[in-house]
Design a protein around this ligand. Structure first.
Ligand code: PGA
Length: 249
């Protein structure tokens, strides 16, 4: 069944004290059980934040993970390290990872394979640049991103895959894709999942939107029929804003 999901990507922000205070503030809100709430602090705070949310319905995800089990990969974190910290969800393929850390589809495919083999859940990010949209190439771009990565997964793995559509031109820019643009792309993504697998699978995959979602635009975006929630950056760092976004879903 498709789930409503609101995930907060805290990126490289917050000291330990700030993260704990944010999480404590979030836990004061009375959220509906119909929405899955996920927050994603930095690696160093995963254990701390996870401990804090343990009696709540807030889940914790990492912002990345490596594709190897272990070895000489200075500075990297493996799926088993995450799991041993109680973390079973990872964001993969965020455009900032792709752009600043050269994560290609080839690397991301290995990460997806590893996470799925380890029975972790992934929030897999895809999204086009402004140029692709302007030239009308955005559908093809998204299709290729999916074909190169998650589309090599068998049917059964999709219970562990959440797709986050995040047009790069809308991330952290204040420029949100219009509700029509979001719906249109989500419908396209669902249709190619349906072509590749089948309609009943496509109808169960949660496809969330990310890119300058804020309390003022959340409701309109989330009310689109193929939008199952959001991946929230900037606005997830303020408890009232994040709570308002969760409540708008
Ligand atoms: P933003 O970031 O909400 O600040 O645009 C979204 C994201 O990067 O996931």
């Amino acid at each position: 069944m498709r789930q409503k999901i609101i995930a907060g990507n805290w990126k490289m922000n917050n000291s330990n004290i700030e993260s704990l205070s944010l999480v404590k503030d979030l836990m004061k809100f009375d959220f509906s059980n119909d929405v899955r709430i996920i927050i994603s602090p930095s690696f160093t705070q995963l254990g701390l934040v996870n401990e804090q949310v343990k009696n709540s319905n807030i889940e914790v995800a990492s912002q990345n993970m490596h594709f190897s089990e272990n070895g000489a990969y200075t500075g990297e974190i493996s799926s088993s390290m995450l799991k041993s910290s109680g973390i079973f969800i990872s964001i993969l393929g965020h455009s900032e990872r792709r752009t600043y850390f050269n994560e290609t589809d080839e690397i991301l495919k290995q990460k997806v394979d590893k996470a799925i083999n380890e029975n972790m859940e992934i929030i897999f990010c895809i999204g086009e640049e402004l140029n692709d949209r302007k030239s009308g190439n955005h559908y093809e771009y998204i299709k290729v991103q999916l074909e190169n990565t998650v589309f090599s997964q068998p049917y059964e793995s999709w219970k562990n895959i959440i797709i986050a559509y995040e047009p790069i031109w809308a991330i952290g820019t204040g420029e949100t894709a219009s509700p029509d643009q979001v719906q249109d792309m989500h419908l396209f993504i669902r249709s190619i999942i349906s072509e590749k697998y089948n309609k009943s699978l496509a109808d169960t995959v949660s496809i969330i939107y990310g890119g300058s979602v804020k309390p003022s635009n959340a409701n309109e975006i989330f009310s689109q029929s193929d939008v199952d929630g959001g991946l929230i950056g900037g606005a997830s760092l303020k408890s009232e804003d994040f709570a308002a976004i969760v409540n708008a879903s």
